[in-house]
Design a protein around this ligand. Structure first.
Ligand code: ADP
Ligand code: MG
Length: 398
């Protein structure tokens, strides 16, 4: 068992907290504050227990100096400030005297947040990936700024970065925050020993990131529904025509391999809602073979019915990845119907992983209808695959 925040003393100590404030943001406007809200219990506990609190997070990817303009944590600091009573100071640096002095002058209950940790990935327009490659100097430096490390960022727990593993391995004491602890508890309960029947639903667009989870699901799950952009790679592997749909050619062999081992477990769409271009236009419908000049942007109505019938009676459901381009009102039907079907199963353990799936469920009003909405996409998938997560492994044991 990993140490919990309640196992350590934080009074008057400088507590370094890795949070996950990697929220969707455009022109300084945050469209989904779920991850900020999810960090509040840990922050509030630290305030109540007289810690000096230093928060930090990554936001997006930083590949050039220019990226820094749109990826500052400043708007997020403002959003956080509106949710807590305690005054919050934002320091637009990731290292240096200004940051060090500000941390030294913190009093108990005060909160400081510093700049996007991935600003350390690019220095003077040179890509150095200090943060993302866990540069040992950087982890050591950040660790030197505090007394205790709390990892409360589940979204990056599957990555060994300077801001989690780097700090944890260079500081005396570390523990999990409440958010990560709850994620581990819920995911363990839900998918490591799932009550049967266990139905997994995989969709979305990141085929290469996600396809490996099916390997483990083939032994664990009773049914694996595949929808969204992911489905077309599988349909093509079966020899169907998929037109201009999303397809990862180099995953076709893997898809064939999974299908051959499936024993009827893998359920694919039987029809498709299509468009000539990637645009929010009125769909045309086809079966599993698509005309050459269209791309599939959602599952069709017959697939919805099929998926609903597979979901009936499930005791555990894990959902990762939307069934279509739900951002387009003409192509959100599949995602909405499947979301509704999962939410209405009585007495089942229902889990959502994946930023877009979670956003879709919340947007469609199903926020409180799931047992657990994970803040981690890749992290929850790797957990389901049975992998150890470096961001959790690096934390001190009880
Ligand atoms: P999550 O964040 O839940 O893990 P992903 O990031 O893998 O999910 O995928 C989400 C994205 O997949 C959404 O932006 C959605 O528009 C897109 N998507 C879903 N179905 C399709 C499709 N058929 N073609 C193209 N994009 C799709
Ligand atoms: Mg996503």
């Amino acid at each position: 068992m990993k140490k919990s925040l309640k196992d350590i003393s934080v009074k008057n100590k400088i507590v370094l907290v890795r949070v996950d404030f990697n929220v969707p943001i455009k022109d300084g406007v945050i469209s989904d504050e779920n991850r900020i809200n999810a960090a509040l219990p840990t922050i509030e506990y630290l305030v109540a227990n007289d810690a000096k609190i230093v928060l930090f997070s990554h936001l997006g990817r930083i590949k050039s100096e220019d990226d820094k303009k749109s990826k500052s944590l400043e708007p997020i600091a403002k959003a956080l400030q509106s949710k807590i009573k305690q005054p919050l100071v934002f320091i637009p640096e990731t290292r240096g005297k200004k940051l060090e002095d500000a941390i030294k002058s913190l009093k108990p209950k005060e909160i400081l947040i510093f700049e996007n940790t991935r600003f350390e990935d690019v220095i003077n327009n040179e890509v150095v990936k200090n943060e993302s490659k866990n540069n040992p100097e950087l982890g050591k430096y950040w660790a030197s700024l505090g007394d205790v490390f709390v990892n409360d960022a589940f979204g990056t727990a599957h990555r060994a970065h300077a801001s989690n593993v780097g700090i944890a391995t260079n500081i005396k004491e570390s523990c999990l925050g409440f958010l990560v602890e709850r994620e581990v508890e819920m995911l363990t309960k839900g998918v490591q020993n799932p009550e049967k029947p266990f139905v997994a639903i995989i969709g979305g667009a990141k085929v290469s990131d996600k396809i490996a989870v099916i390997d483990n699901l083939l032994t664990k799950a009773d049914k694996i529904i595949i929808g969204g952009g992911m489905a077309y790679t599988f349909l093509k592997a079966q020899g169907h025509k998929i037109g201009k749909s999303l397809c990862e050619e180099d995953k076709l062999e893997l898809a064939k391999n999974y299908l051959s081992r499936s024993n009827g477990k893998i359920i694919l769409p039987i029809d498709s809602a299509n468009a000539e271009e990637f645009a929010d236009v009125k769909p045309t419908y086809s079966g599993v073979d698509l005309p050459d000049d269209v791309m599939g942007l959602d599952i069709g109505p017959k697939s919805v019915e099929l998926f609903e019938s597979v979901l009936k009676g499930a005791k555990t459901v894990a959902w990762n990845g939307p069934m279509g381009v739900f951002e387009f009102k003409n192509f959100k039907n599949g995602t909405e119907k499947v979301c509704e079907a999962i939410a209405s199963i009585k007495g089942a353990f229902t889990l959502i992983g994946g930023g877009d799936s979670a956003a879709a469920a919340i947007q469609m009003g199903f926020q409180n209808k799931f047992t657990h909405i994970s803040t981690g996409g890749g992290a929850s998938l790797e957990f389901m695959e049975g992998k150890k997560l470096p961001g959790i492994e690096c934390i001190s044991d009880k």
